[in-house]
Every structure is written in structure tokens, then in C-alpha cells.
Design a binder for this molecule. Structure first.
Ligand SMILES: Cc1cc2nc3c(=O)[nH]c(=O)nc-3n(C[C@H](O)[C@H](O)[C@H](O)COP(=O)(O)OP(=O)(O)OC[C@H]3O[C@@H](n4cnc5c(N)ncnc54)[C@H](O)[C@@H]3O)c2cc1C
Length: 409
């Protein structure tokens, strides 16, 4: 191979992504990390932090859209790793609107994207949130059994939505809610559609707000939909496309299930990146502690038991990040997820974060178990990554089905 030819492979971040990494890291270090404990205790959305992030353009549609479109695909995972390195709960408050935005961006009409996504972020002086509401009390992993119904009122060109959503990040406090509802329950997931509920729409209210184990600075609540009427234009993707899709499914033809699967595979690495951020925070903290803390006249890092733990932590984190970057690059560059690489990234990173944060507690001993030190909070925060956006079991199902081609149950 000649020396002056193009490099056939590189894991180097381009200059733009490096600049974003440094910029977000600075904010995470100076603003997010110092506020983590307070907002965990308060169990409230950290509005002042969102405001500071909005002031510098970090909490903004421009930033999210810019990174989403970044050609290498690494803009979002790199930024999210830094935010969650700062703090998981605050991090989730900062990126929670993204899920709703992506659900509209993925299949919405250009005019829907233009009208509603900016309203999920607001402006520097008037911050807004978005919420994506799919889960229900009886439909978590089993999204096909969603009971929330959307019925079309042809005379008024309106959709009437009834049901109860649960576990919605920003549910009830968001400006714009995106609701997954069934238009034809017999068709399971293929009979579902996403609906935008504009701000102030009568009939939408917040139910119970959950008190959680971790990521407590992120608001999670039930959303009640009682005869919520939205204009026909709020059906994401439009009625024509929905009717076509339903007709195809009723005729027994395959619907565009592949497209939905692709969207999931492309978004899962971004969730993996959040888990990598928390894991890295805990690893660095434990490593520095092990260099200082002395027992039996030695630094505890001198004990092989501790150094090996740190070695495993670092190895697993780096492996997770590589899986995340690979899947993010594949998603952005139109590669086929032939082995469910997005699910792999989320699975590995989520489970790594739980293990690494637990190991960090172990390395800090009694201190690790107290709220005087952050690692117990990071451990609590990490656990969500084996549960939401598809549990670890569901990721394994998806990977298992993809690599075997069998309908693994
Ligand atoms: C803090 C938080 C924030 C969330 N934010 C949102 C949000 O913004 N929007 C939203 O729509 N949802 C959100 N969720 C919901 C989340 O996505 C669900 O909790 C998740 O999908 C799991 O569903 P479930 O809780 O009903 O568990 P279940 O589906 O009841 O699963 C229980 C257990 O059974 C296992 N299991 C289920 N089915 C199978 C199977 N086929 N094979 C093997 N094992 C299986 C699961 O892996 C799990 O271990 C959030 C949840 C939390 C806790």
C-alpha cells in the first residue's frame, strides 16, 4: 500500500466532531456535573440548567439537527456521551425532547417537521419540551398491544384519541406530545400511527408523576388522553400514506416494517452513547480514587484485584463505544444493519454501564455507598439503560432474530 493514498480506515473524529466534543465536555464539567446531586435530590426537571444550555445554543433545535445531520454519524453519540458523563438525570432532561423530534422527523411530512419540531425546543428565552408517548400500563415491550385508540371524525377532519400512556419522559410538561395510537387494533403494530398533540389541547393531562430509582432529574409521568381532538394534519406522515399502508397490510402484503426497524437500529446507538458517558464518569472517578486511597500501606490501585477491575471497566467501556460508533456511522451512511448492530450497541453499553458503576462503588468501599460520593447515583442512573428504549432481553431477541432469521421467542 502506498503511503500517500487515502487512509482505508479511520476511527479518528473529524475536526467538527472534536470541536463539539470539547465544547459539550466543558459545559458538562462546569455546569452539569456540579448540579447533578442537587437535581437528583429535588427530583425535578432542572430548568435553570436547560436555560444555561439554551443560552449557549446547546439546548436548541439547531444543535440537535446539526449533529443529527453530521456526515460521519458521530456528532450525536459524541455529544451525548459528554452530556451523560456530566450527569445522567440532567442529561436526559437535555435530550428528552429529541425522542419526540426524531419520531416526527423520521416519517413526518415536511410541513409537520417545520411546524412542530421547533416547538419541542422553544427559544433561548422560552424553552419548550417534547414528549414521545408509546408505552402503556399493559404495553411496554409488547408495543403491539397498545390500547390507546385514534378514531377519525371525517365530518370535522379530526382524530379523536382516547387512552392512558405511561412512563413518558416529559409527559404532561411537554409543549408537544407525540402519541402512538392504534387506528386498527386487529393489525397490531401495523395498525398504529403517531399523532401530534399541539400545546394546550383539551383532554390531555398528566397523571401520576413517578418517583424513580435513578435519572431523577428527568420527569417521567403518565399521560391521560380523554377525547383529545387533533386536526387531521396532526397525523404524522398524513392520511394518504396511512390509508395506503393499512390497505397493503389488509391485503396481506408486507408493510414497511423494515423502515421502522431501521429507525430503531439507527436511534439505539445514541442511547448506548448515554450509557457510555455514565460508565466513563464512574470509571474515571474510581481510577482516581484507587490512585489516592491507601490501605495496608499501599495505594489500593496497587492491589491486583482493584487494578484488574479497572482494566475490565475500561476495556468494556471502550468496546461499548466502538459498537456505538460503528452503529451510528452505519445509520448515517445508509448501511444495512444485517446483524442488528444498533441493538448490539445499546445492549452492550447498557449492561456495561450497570456493571462498571457497580464496580466503581466497590472500589470506593463504604464511601461508594454513600451520597457523599457520586458513584452510587451514577449506579442508580445507569440501570435505566437495560430497561428503556427496549430492555436488554428485547435487544437480544432482535439480535437473535436478525442473525438467525428465525422467529425467536
Ligand atoms: C424512566 C423511564 C423513562 C421512560 N421513557 C419513555 C418514553 O419517553 N416514552 C415511552 O413510550 N416509554 C418510555 N419508557 C418506557 C420503557 O420503554 C418501558 O419501560 C420498556 O419498554 C419496558 O416495558 P415495561 O416496563 O412494560 O416492561 P415489560 O415489557 O413488562 O417487561 C418486564 C420484563 O419482561 C421481559 N420481557 C418482556 N417481553 C419479553 C420477551 N418477549 N422475551 C423475553 N423477555 C421479555 C422484559 O425484558 C423485562 O425484563 C420509560 C421508562 C422508564 C422507566
Amino acid at each position: 500500500m502506498s503511503d500517500d493514498g487515502p487512509s482505508p480506515f479511520s476511527l479518528g473524529l473529524n475536526e467538527d466532531v472534536q470541536a463539539v466534543q470539547e465544547w459539550v465536555h466543558e459545559f458538562a464539567r462546569d455546569v452539569i456535573r456540579p448540579a447533578g446531586q442537587e437535581w437528583d435530590e429535588r427530583e425535578e426537571t432542572p430548568w435553570p440548567i436547560l436555560q444555561e444550555a439554551a443560552k449557549i445554543g446547546l439546548y436548541s433545535l439547531d444543535f440537535f439537527a446539526g449533529q443529527w445531520m453530521e456526515p460521519s454519524g458521530l456528532g450525536i453519540p459524541v455529544a451525548f456521551e459528554e452530556l451523560f458523563w456530566g450527569d445522567g438525570g440532567i442529561g436526559l432532561s437535555l435530550v428528552g425532547s429529541g425522542l419526540a423530534a426524531v419520531s416526527v422527523a423520521a416519517t413526518g411530512l415536511p410541513e409537520q417537521i417545520g411546524e412542530w419540531i421547533p416547538q419541542m425546543f422553544g427559544t433561548e428565552d422560552d424553552i419548550k419540551l417534547g414528549a414521545f408517548c408509546a408505552s402503556e400500563p399493559d404495553a411496554g415491550s409488547d408495543v403491539g398491544s397498545i390500547r390507546t385508540r385514534a378514531a377519525y371524525d371525517e365530518a370535522k377532519d379530526e382524530w379523536v384519541i382516547n387512552g392512558t400512556k405511561t412512563w413518558a419522559t416529559n409527559g404532561g410538561i411537554a409543549n408537544v406530545h407525540v402519541i402512538v395510537a392504534s387506528v386498527d387494533p386487529e393489525l397490531g403494530t401495523r395498525g398504529q400511527a403517531n399523532f401530534i398533540v399541539p400545546p394546550g389541547t383539551p383532554g390531555l393531562s398528566q397523571g401520576q408523576k413517578f418517583k424513580k430509582h435513578g435519572i431523577r432529574a428527568s420527569h417521567t409521568a403518565e399521560v391521560i388522553l380523554d377525547n383529545v381532538r387533533v386536526p387531521g394534519s396532526c397525523l404524522v406522515g398524513g392520511k394518504e400514506k396511512l390509508d395506503e399502508r393499512l390497505a397493503r397490510v389488509r391485503e396481506g402484503k408486507r408493510a414497511a416494517g423494515q423502515a421502522a426497524l431501521r429507525t430503531f437500529e439507527a436511534s439505539r446507538p445514541t442511547v448506548g452513547a448515554m450509557a457510555v458517558g455514565i460508565a466513563r464518569a464512574a470509571y474515571e472517578y474510581a481510577r482516581d480514587y484507587a490512585r489516592e486511597r491507601e490501605q495496608f500501606g499501599k495505594k489500593i490501585g496497587d492491589f491486583q484485584a482493584i487494578a484488574f477491575k479497572l482494566a475490565d471497566m475500561k476495556t468494556q467501556i471502550d468496546a461499548s463505544r466502538l459498537l456505538v460508533w460503528r452503529a451510528a456511522w452505519m445509520g448515517r451512511n445508509g448501511k444495512e444493519f444485517s446483524s442488528a448492530e444498533g441493538s448490539m450497541a445499546k445492549l452492550h453499553a447498557g449492561e456495561t454501564a450497570v456493571r462498571v458503576t457497580e464496580d466503581a462503588i466497590q472500589i470506593l468501599g463504604g464511601n461508594g455507598y454513600t451520597r457523599e460520593y457520586p458513584v452510587e447515583r451514577w449506579h442508580r442512573d445507569s440501570k435505566i439503560f437495560t430497561i428503556f428504549e427496549g430492555t436488554s432481553e428485547i435487544q437480544r431477541l432482535v439480535i437473535g432474530r436478525t442473525i438467525t432469521g428465525l422467529p425467536v421467542r
